[in-house]
Write a protein that binds this ligand. Structure first.
Ligand code: IPM
Ligand code: MG
Length: 371
């Protein structure tokens, strides 16, 4: 197959983790005889520096005309502590989500036995955790009216949802549940918020079309607690934009490292794939960031592009690196491998350059020297 992929490196560690995903994509293309054509475009602080605009029109144009978008990370500390900044990197991502109507953000949460010790939770709570968060991404408080009074003593962020916005993501979430363990939990705050009551009514109505899926409803404060107390109870979690943002970061501690988690954002045209981690500016340019969140996002992209065999191979390669303790500094601060080495190992595995039981000493040379 021939596919056009828009690449948005973004900020901080974005370029270095994305480079490893591209290495993996090139390996897949070679092995399975595909052609991937990449078009690089700007967004975030990088785009502000180069053009003054966090999302140049050209980027939107390229993304709309691509088969998929691979995105690195966004954000720069120089904007974080300046509430008066006129433009912000994040505006680029929010505008891209809105322009492409990327309404469903899908964040799978997987745990790895060999990484259990990194999670603040006990191993017995983590074994067998496997859930996916469907976060609504183009509505709610993120995109409502925003106001600051003239005297700057009062501010407003409005939260709005329509039935149509809820229905389109709910259908995707129910369909996903049908392919999984057939359970869906709607997370809301229906005891307080009108928008949450709209979510509940709409989901209750849709549930009748998916009789094989068991549905339960949970208030967000309780869900935040349940995710930590007994995460195994969840299969598909469906929720609105802001709750999904918060719960997905919380859920990432289950896997042991934020650097491991991928995501996909589906919309009305091109889908976007990105690791859920941020731009991690302290690590930028040091070749120490975990590229697996990005590489696993690439696996989600391959599934989306109709290449399930290829996606499975990438996941198998990632599992192999973790099982053999070829991990970055976030996972093992002493015996760690560089970002680029992990990308290389994943590619070598896909290329069958590494046999089942690898002799660790063979790759020892590619290990970091601890400073
Ligand atoms: C995310 C991020 C973004 C969000 C930021 C960077 C705007 O936290 O993708 O989860 O809040 O949606
Ligand atoms: Mg977030």
């Amino acid at each position: 197959m021939k596919k056009n992929i828009a690449i948005i490196n973004g900020d901080g560690i974005g370029p270095e983790v994305t480079a490893q995903s591209i290495r993996v994509l090139d390996t897949i293309a070679h092995k399975f005889q595909h052609q991937f054509h990449y078009t690089y475009c700007l967004m975030g602080a990088d785009a502000i520096d180069k053009t003054g605009n966090p999302l140049p029109d050209e980027t939107i144009e390229i993304c709309i005309n691509s088969d998929a978008i691979l995105f690195g990370a966004i954000g720069h500390p120089k904007y974080d502590n300046d509430p008066n900044a006129k433009v912000r990197p994040e505006q680029g991502l929010l505008k891209l989500r809105k322009s492409l109507q990327l309404f469903a953000n899908i964040r799978p949460v997987t745990t790895y036995r060999s990484l259990h010790h990194l999670s603040p939770l006990k191993a017995k709570q983590l074994d067998g955790v496997d859930c996916v968060i469907f976060r609504e991404l183009t509505g709610g408080i993120y995109f409502g009216k925003k106001e600051l009074s003239e005297d700057k003593t009062q501010a407003l962020d409005e939260c709005t949802y329509t039935v149509a916005e809820i229905e389109r993501i709910a259908h995707l979430a129910f369909k996903s549940a049908q392919q999984r363990r057939k359970k869906l939990t709607l997370v809301d705050k229906a005891n307080v918020l009108e928008t949450s009551r709209l979510w509940r009514r709409t989901v209750q109505a849709i549930a009748t079309e998916y009789a094989d899926v068991a549905v339960d409803y949970m208030f967000v404060d309780n869900a935040a607690m349940q995710l930590i107390l007994s995460p195994k109870q969840f299969d598909v979690i469906l929720t609105e934009n802001m709750f999904g943002d918060i719960l997905s970061d919380e859920a990432s501690v289950l896997s042991g490292s934020l650097g491991m988690l991928p995501s996909a954002s589906y919309g009305v045209c091109t889908a976007l794939f990105e690791p859920i981690h941020g731009s991690y500016p302290q690590a930028a340019g040091k070749d120490i960031a975990n590229p697996l969140g990005s590489i696993l996002s690439t696996a989600m992209m391959l599934d989306y592009l109709g290449m399930p065999k290829e996606a499975t191979k990438v996941r198998e390669a990632v599992d192999w690196t973790i099982q053999n303790a070829f991990v970055t500094k976030d996972i093992d601060p002493i015996n760690f491998y560089f970002t680029s080495t992990i990308g290389e190992l994943v590619s070598d595995y896909i290329n069958d350059k590494i046999g089942g039981d690898v002799n660790k000493e063979n790759v020892e040379l590619r290990k970091s020297t601890i400073i």
